[in-house]
Design a protein around this ligand. Structure first.
Ligand code: ADP
Ligand code: MG
Length: 687
């Protein structure tokens, strides 16, 4: 066993007492200490002021210009100011409560100071001062310029920590063996492990530190992925799913009978789904695809395949409108093939409900589309084999589980139009396979997106009018239904009144909001989809799923009140036909982040790109909301910046686990030892 696992007391200079203090920080072994990473660095490298960002901590050197002035206030409180010349620029240095330095600050003297830089005022608030230029220069030539700062406790200082770690590195340098397969290290040109560990604690330059971090973050992500992949392997081995024998020829004919050719991406994910259906373990798959990428038809083919194999299928959606729309599109696609499709929602009459529930239990209904009503206790299936959920992020984990348990290990497909960068999807939903439709059906024109200020409303209306005259339709979305002066939000009722007046005698304006009964909503939606109503003013209830190809304009009011994912979803309501479509965001965001969101919408039409940038803007915690923060935590790696590393790590982990000679090839011996030591993988999993 490696000596790295021995107690910190083996390190010169650490006695029993200090070892006790270190335990308080979770540090027991030499290994723990070496992997106790700095939270940040002090950088004493002299910087060119032109390159320093506002608010950065920086070290500069200059010549004092004039006498310091000191102001006292209160007991021992002072503010001292002096000018100095740095590279021919006069800057101001300010010290708080350090007036005792004044005698040393004589004009013409060279000093080195470290502190926070205010770019606008050319001013530094000083936290560290070196008054002897000799001292400063010596430091420059010999000592480290970048020093690590560790999170420490009251009983251990940062300086001690630096000393212990430096000593540990010195003493155990030869014990730090490479554990990543050499092929991976070479391929990605990673620093070797010992060098990376030394450099993350004591980097010789910023670049050196970055490379060390990159290597060690990869290592962390790689072990994480190795674990996830291994779990998935085990899960698949243990599950007793239904192995369907799918009549592929019939499926092929069904696909040919569709009114359009499937895109390559649709074909690819279909193959993945059909392979899952035929394998002996239960499918557990996430299907991501941008709005309008054609997930419904993929679901339809999957349902067709399941039914023709002799099973029932269920499609679960978050809203009644969507349930109804899916019900009618599935009926259109499937009923000609002898497949019975039914709807089960909360607004069925007791009698209708009894019929559907009975049909499911008897097996006379092949496919059911529904809302939460589907997972109520009195709903039984005679032979449920496939469950699909649309917009799954709206279902809690629990609900998904209940649905899964309704059949004997049914295959489950989760569809979502809220794309998560693939890598993240895999790590968040580690137990799921991920299929991605990354292509829109041919002939779609990219939606043109504009961001306008509130005062442009008239012009927006004129533009909408032009499209209406050309025979098109428009959505106008408002964030809230109720008047709220405080929040200053646009009121759907008010906007509806204004638009009705504006288009009077020409076009009809419909209104949709959360207060309407499902029946009323359905009527409004129907009128819009049949073009009896040309403009639909709505709160976000139209957000998901509905399909009106003749609508070419999406106006979003107070767009800054919506999240990026939501805005992208809304935009996806248009651009579904062959005409050019437009998305107009009316917004006066006050914050930088708000403005950035509008810019992102303008710049990209790609939902995955929107999601990626949203994630960067907000960080993964916010992105998924607190509820779903099942995100793993890493010591060094950071999902917002290490996306690519995560994906690389996954690919490498998959490849490694597939390597038949994993346990025999000597290049993996370091890794094996490490895995066993950490208890990350049990031998038999990989055998
Ligand atoms: P989403 O992925 O957002 O659920 P839909 O399934 O509603 O997308 O599909 C959007 C529109 O694209 C529908 O009108 C559908 O009929 C159409 N569509 C789907 N696949 C294709 C295809 N391969 N070629 C042409 N149109 C398609
Ligand atoms: Mg859809």
């Amino acid at each position: 066993m490696s000596r790295l696992w021995s107690s910190v007391t083996d390190i010169k200079g650490i006695g029993e007492e200090k070892a006790q203090d270190l335990k308080g920080l979770g540090i027991y072994t030499v290994h723990d200490l070496l992997f106790y990473f700095p939270s940040r660095y002090e950088d004493y490298t002299i910087k060119d002021l032109a390159e320093v960002e506002d608010g950065d901590r920086v070290t500069i050197r200059g010549t004092l210009y004039g006498e310091p002035t000191v102001r006292f206030y209160g007991r021992n409180k002072s503010r001292m100011m002096v000018r100095l010349v740095v590279d021919q620029v006069v800057v101001t240095a300010i010290w708080f409560n350090q007036h005792f330095l004044k005698p040393k600050l004589t004009p013409g003297k060279e000093i080195q100071i470290t502190g926070k830089w205010e770019r606008q005022r050319l001013q530094m608030t000083v936290s560290e001062t070196k008054v002897s230029p000799q001292q400063a220069k010596e430091q420059e030539s010999s000592g480290p310029k970048i020093e690590p700062v560790y999170p420490v406790s009251a009983s251990i200082t940062i300086k001690q920590m630096r000393k212990y770690i430096a000593q540990a590195l010195k003493q155990y340098q030869n014990e730090i063996i490479e554990i990543l397969p050499s092929s991976i290290v070479q391929k990605h040109e990673f620093m070797d492990r010992a060098a990376a560990l030394a450099a993350i604690h004591f980097p010789r330059s910023t670049q050196d530190g970055k490379l060390a971090r990159k290597r060690l973050a990869f290592e962390e992500l790689f072990f994480y992925q190795l674990k996830m992949q291994a779990y998935q392997m085990v899960q698949k081995q243990n599950q007793k799913g239904l192995a369907l024998s799918v009549p592929l020829e019939q499926v092929r004919q069904f696909v040919w009978s569709l009114p359009y050719k499937l895109t390559q991406a649709q074909k690819r994910v279909l193959k993945e789904i059909l392979d899952d259906l035929q394998s002996p373990y239960a499918m557990n798959r996430l299907l991501q695809g941008d709005v309008g990428s054609g997930k419904t038809v993929v679901a339809a083919v999957a349902l067709f395949a399941a039914v023709k194999t002799g099973f029932q299928g269920a499609l679960m959606v978050p809203t009644e409108i969507l349930a109804e729309q899916h019900k009618s599109s599935l009926t259109e696609l499937l009923s000609g093939h002898g497949i019975q499709v039914a709807l089960l929602t909360g607004s069925l009459s007791a009698k209708q409900r009894r019929e559907v529930v009975g049909g499911l239990q008897m097996g006379t209904i092949d496919v059911v589309v529904g809302t939460h009503a589907l997972i109520q206790e009195d709903v039984y299936f005679s032979r449920l084999g496939l469950v699909i959920t649309d917009e799954q992020h709206r279902f809690g984990v629990e609900q998904r589980k209940v649905l899964r348990e309704k059949g004997l290990h049914p295959n489950v497909l989760f569809m979502t139009a809220t794309p998560i960068p693939r890598t993240l999807a895999i790590s968040v939903f580690g137990d799921m396979d991920v299929s991605t439709i990354d292509e829109l059906p041919a002939g779609r024109k990219p939606i043109e997106t504009y961001w306008v200020k509130e005062e442009m409303f008239e012009r927006v209306l004129a533009f909408v009018g032009k499209e209406l005259k050309a025979g098109r339709q428009a959505y106008v979305i408002c964030p809230l239904i109720e008047e709220s002066e405080k929040l200053d939000v646009q009121n759907a009722l008010e906007v509806h009144a204004i638009l009705t007046e504006y288009f009077k005698g020409e076009f009809s304006v419909g209104l949709m909001h959360g207060r309407l009964s499902p029946r009323e909503k359905d009527e409004v939606m129907k009128a819009f989809s049949e073009n009896q109503v040309q403009v639909l003013v709505s709160t976000t209830v139209v957000e998901v799923g509905v399909n009106v190809p003749n609508a070419t304009v999406m106006v979003v009011y107070d767009a800054e009140r919506f999240g990026l994912a939501q805005l992208h979803q809304l935009r996806g309501r248009v651009g579904r036909g062959s005409e050019q479509s437009y998305c107009i965001l009316v917004a006066d965001p006050k914050t930088e982040v708000g403005k950035e969101r509008m810019r992102i919408m303008k710049e990209t039409n790609d939902g995955f790109e929107v999601a990626r940038r949203d994630l960067q803007l907000r960080g993964p915690g916010d992105f998924f909301g607190t509820k779903q923060s099942g995100l793993p935590e890493f010591r060094l790696a950071d999902l917002t910046q290490d996306f690519e590393q995560l994906e690389l790590a996954r690919q490498e982990a998959v490849e490694l686990l597939r390597a038949p000679d994993f346990w025999r090839n000597p290049q993996y011996s370091g890794l094996q030892g490490y895995l066993e030591n950490q208890g990350i993988l049990e031998m038999e999993i990989l055998d």
